[in-house]
Design a protein around this ligand. Structure first.
Ligand SMILES: *[C@@H]1O[C@H](CO)[C@@H](O)[C@H](O)[C@H]1NC(C)=O
Ligand SMILES: *[C@@H]1O[C@H](CO)[C@@H](O)[C@H](O)[C@H]1NC(C)=O
Ligand SMILES: *[C@@H]1O[C@H](CO)[C@@H](O)[C@H](O)[C@H]1NC(C)=O
Ligand SMILES: *[C@@H]1O[C@H](CO)[C@@H](O)[C@H](O)[C@H]1NC(C)=O
Ligand SMILES: *[C@@H]1O[C@H](CO)[C@@H](O)[C@H](O)[C@H]1NC(C)=O
Ligand SMILES: *[C@@H]1O[C@H](CO)[C@@H](O)[C@H](O)[C@H]1NC(C)=O
Ligand SMILES: *[C@@H]1O[C@H](CO)[C@@H](O)[C@H](O)[C@H]1NC(C)=O
Length: 287
């Protein structure tokens, strides 16, 4: 007489010992038949949100497996059956996974489609060959690319020290995973202050929205961009034409040098950014 009890004991992270059957001798003495199961080292796989991923169960043997199934480890403890087969026949798949998993008997693999962030976590694969079990652990990581960051500038803010202007810059991106931060390219850190930083996860999709606003004190025209995860914004130019208020004051006090200053401005600006700087020159002409 045998019972189908399948009790597992975890001896350490990589060794399981299971009772596969109890043999009753003369209906009195019970002999537990233990099965030694080795857990192979943790393998890590990555899936892109909304795409598919294939879990491959490892087996040292080339003979076909009698039984194979995959379980999800939940909250570090409970295991939830997903899908598998027994003697070539599929074992009924749990409803949550029915429409998006497919087991390949010859490959000892399972494809899972339409991956979401909540699929991230630890999975265990059990392969039985000649009554010997092999367990492999697979860690699934999910990634999602952030949208191309939106970069905005508002360069009409009065700057520190009264010498120049400053620009308020914002960078935001949505729909990414895991959480990330904003990285600015082209900015001089010592002239920059972060004034607002916010990350929020969508309740349903669990993807992140990242938003940061900084203030940059202008000292020279600068080309900047921002990046969130692997997504990079387009490049914008800030502090295009830094007109120092000191120069304007001097021009007012000494009208003789207005023409000279204007020429310098127009020459400098023709080289760099004519449109913006012409307007600065015209403003000066009115003094
Ligand atoms: C699976 O798909 C069938 C048919 O497309 C549908 O009726 C069923 O509701 C789906 N089950 C789940 C759990 O999504
Ligand atoms: C299982 O995988 C093998 C090898 O990749 C492939 O040839 C076979 O068609 C697959 N079977 C199913 C049912 O997808
Ligand atoms: C993919 O999964 C999401 C939820 O995680 C669901 O809203 C969407 O309809 C699914 N798409 C397909 C093609 O099954
Ligand atoms: C950054 O700004 C500071 C203060 O204006 C300046 O001393 C320094 O040279 C700048 N660094 C670079 C790389 O431009
Ligand atoms: C998201 O979840 C938080 C906390 O559970 C809740 O306060 C908030 O109202 C939810 N937002 C939406 C859009 O459901
Ligand atoms: C990012 O933050 C700025 C400053 O608070 C705000 O104006 C902007 O609307 C935010 N953008 C997004 C996408 O939340
Ligand atoms: C900014 O980019 C423009 C266009 O690519 C280029 O002409 C200009 O020289 C750059 N300016 C600086 C300060 O790097």
């Amino acid at each position: 007489m045998t019972s189908n009890s399948f009790k597992e004991k975890t001896y350490n992270k990589f060794c399981h010992l299971s009772i596969i059957s109890n043999i009753y001798i003369c209906n009195k003495m019970c002999v537990h038949v233990y099965l030694c199961m080795c857990v192979s080292l943790l393998e890590s796989i990555t899936a892109v949100l909304g795409h598919s991923v294939t879990f491959r169960c490892s087996s040292k043997h080339s003979t076909p497996a009698e039984r194979c199934y995959i379980q999800r480890v939940k909250n570090n403890k409970e295991e939830e059956f997903i899908s598998g087969f027994y003697r070539g026949q599929p074992i009924p798949v749990s409803p949550e996974y029915r429409n998006r998993t497919k087991v390949n008997v010859t490959e000892l693999s399972m494809e899972m489609r339409n991956i979401s962030v909540s699929d991230e976590g630890l999975y265990k694969c059990f392969v039985f060959i000649n009554n010997k079990a092999e367990i492999s652990e697979i860690l699934l990581k999910v990634t999602a690319e952030y949208s191309v960051p939106t970069i905005t500038k508002d360069c009409n803010k009065p700057g520190d020290g009264g010498a120049g202007k400053s620009c308020q810059l914002s960078c935001s991106a949505v729909g990414g995973y895991p959480q990330s931060t904003v990285r600015w390219t082209g900015l001089n850190q010592s002239l920059t202050n972060v004034i607002y930083s916010r990350s929020s996860a969508d309740n349903k999709s669990k993807t992140w929205t990242i938003n940061q606003t900084i203030v940059h004190n202008c000292n020279q025209p600068t080309n900047i961009s921002c990046a969130v995860g692997g997504s990079v914004s387009h490049t914008i130019t800030i502090c295009k034409c830094v007109v120092s208020s000191q120069y304007i004051l001097k021009a007012v006090v000494h009208p003789t040098i207005i023409l000279h200053l204007l020429l310098i401005f127009i020459q400098t600006c023709m080289r760099n950014l004519p449109n913006t700087c012409y307007s600065a020159a015209i403003t000066m002409n009115m003094f």
